[in-house]
Ligand binder design. Structure first.
Ligand SMILES: [Zn+2]
Length: 148
């Protein structure tokens, strides 16, 4: 294992909103994931504060970035996080209609069945692991694990 291959999250911004279903405060954080010098994905994590029964949303845009890269070279993949004592679990969901289903960001958003059971799924879970391990603000989402 080489450290050069580790995927590392770099936080960009965050925003506060209102949960559409219950009116409680929701928060979104986003940033990029890089492997060495290479940006490999963007991530968005959205959750409702103090509401572990609301599965946080994770939206990824996976693929090349930079001047030469075009949106059609990238794919949007969305997941839910289910908080649980000792650490929750991730589930791939349909990406259509999510915030990342945007032609300025990606060529298309994948459905759950486009991801589950394919080699891409391993890549997706490696990206999500990197967010959970290296994004400093994700501690706020992990707090939901103990709030249920
Ligand atoms: Zn709500």
């Amino acid at each position: 294992m080489s450290d050069a291959l580790a995927i590392v999250a770099t936080p960009w911004k965050e925003s506060i909103g209102t949960c559409a279903c219950c009116g409680r405060t929701s928060k979104t954080i986003w940033g990029d994931l890089a492997q060495g010098e290479l940006t490999v994905a963007l991530y968005f994590v959205q959750w409702t504060l103090g509401a572990p029964e609301h599965a946080p949303n994770i939206d990824l845009v996976v693929g090349p970035w930079g001047d030469e890269a075009k949106p059609e070279h990238r794919l949007a993949i969305s997941l839910l996080y289910h908080p649980a004592q000792g650490g929750g679990s991730f589930m791939v969901i349909d990406g259509e209609g999510r915030r990342t289903d945007d032609r300025f960001l990606c060529g298309r958003a994948l459905k759950r069945e486009d991801v589950v059971g394919t080699p891409l799924a391993q890549e997706v879970f490696a990206l999500v692991d990197a967010v959970w391990l290296t994004e400093p603000r994700i501690c706020e989402v992990k707090e939901l694990d103990n709030a249920g």
